[in-house]
Design a protein around this ligand. Structure first.
Ligand code: RIB
Ligand code: CA
Length: 312
């Protein structure tokens, strides 16, 4: 099977960690590297968490490069209420011994893309700061990016307010640069990720795998589950970022629709909103994204369970 070359960009975070676990266990993917950005927590913590996850789960071979410590314009507003002070909720992993790559994230992305004989899929699941810096500093590099399969935005809902999702809320200007770049985007926004929720029954099923990954997820989900059940309509927690990786592995599980997606950076109430034009009469030549709208939740939960079993 021909593997899909990918570079993930993360703000590890609980669901970022699960997305990394799913990606590292997937035979379909060739992970060329993981770049890190500030978002859920400070860059220091998101980098530490990413190094901890790749090392603890046996993939210290994957280069991890540190990126931006702040959004392009706004001040960083981390989310300890959702991801905890550490960024991994109540889960505790051994201190990592592996060091970050010597290059910063943007330089690592540029060099890896330039040297690659094939186009690479970028999988950003945090604020789009690193990706925006990459394509702004090195516009020629867009030719080496196959697609951007991202977690963020929402056609019909927000989580930071009525219309804006955290990753885009954190760095709206970066998101606008990425969505206006001309690179094909697969947008795994809240429309799909809020349908991929993990119930307590699912968490117990994951725990019952009796694996180190199952134990980690169950620990990490403890705070995360309460946060969602107490503050959203969901009967469980939304493992948002793992859905973006799932799209690459099983697009057949996911309902999508093409659209022209613009990011608002001028509105007061709509700052950071993904404005998705699905109108039948729109100028379809302006379409820039495949918007994910629904998922087979049971199959998604099965993938999480199978992922845990991969890590004995
Ligand atoms: O809105 C959910 C997104 O924001 C996820 O990527 C989560 O990790 C946070 O970054
Ligand atoms: Ca994230």
């Amino acid at each position: 099977m021909k593997k899909i070359p990918v570079i993930m960009d993360v703000d590890t975070g609980i669901d970022d960690a699960v997305a990394i676990l799913v990606a590292m266990a997937a035979p379909q993917l060739d992970i060329k590297g993981i770049t890190v950005v500030a978002g859920n927590q400070t860059l220091e913590k998101t980098l530490h968490n990413t190094l901890s996850v790749v090392e603890y789960f046996g993939r210290s071979d994957i280069p991890v490069a540190a990126g931006s410590s702040r959004p392009l314009v706004k001040e960083l507003q981390a989310d300890p209420a959702t991801h905890g002070e550490s960024g991994l909720g109540t889960a505790r992993l051994p201190q990592p011994t592996v060091k970050p790559h010597s290059m910063d994230a943007v330089s690592f992305l540029r060099e890896t893309l330039e040297k690659s004989e094939e186009k690479i899929t970028l999988v950003p699941v945090g604020p789009l700061t690193n990706i925006a810096l990459l394509i702004s500093c090195y516009p020629h590099i867009k030719e080496k990016i196959d697609r951007i399969v991202m977690m963020g935005g929402g056609a019909f809902e927000g989580n930071m307010n009525a219309v804006c999702e955290f990753n885009l809320f954190t760095d709206p200007e970066a998101a606008q640069i990425v969505f206006d770049s001309g690179i094909e985007i697969v947008m795994c926004g809240l429309d799909i990720t809020m349908k991929s929720y993990t119930t307590m029954e699912d968490i117990l099923r994951i725990k019952a795998t009796g694996t180190k990954a199952g134990d980690f997820c169950a620990e990490a989900f403890a705070l995360y589950y309460d946060r969602y059940v107490n503050n959203s309509r969901l009967p469980g927690c939304a493992v948002h970022d793992a859905v973006a990786v799932t799209y690459l592995l099983h697009p057949e599980w996911i309902k999508t629709e093409r659209a022209n997606v613009k990011v608002d950076i001028d509105g007061t109430e709509t700052y950071g909103q993904t404005v998705c034009d699905f109108r039948k009469g729109r100028d379809k030549s302006m379409d820039n994204a495949l918007v994910c709208l629904d998922i087979d939740r049971e199959k998604f939960i099965g993938l999480l369970e199978e992922t845990c079993k991969y890590y004995k």
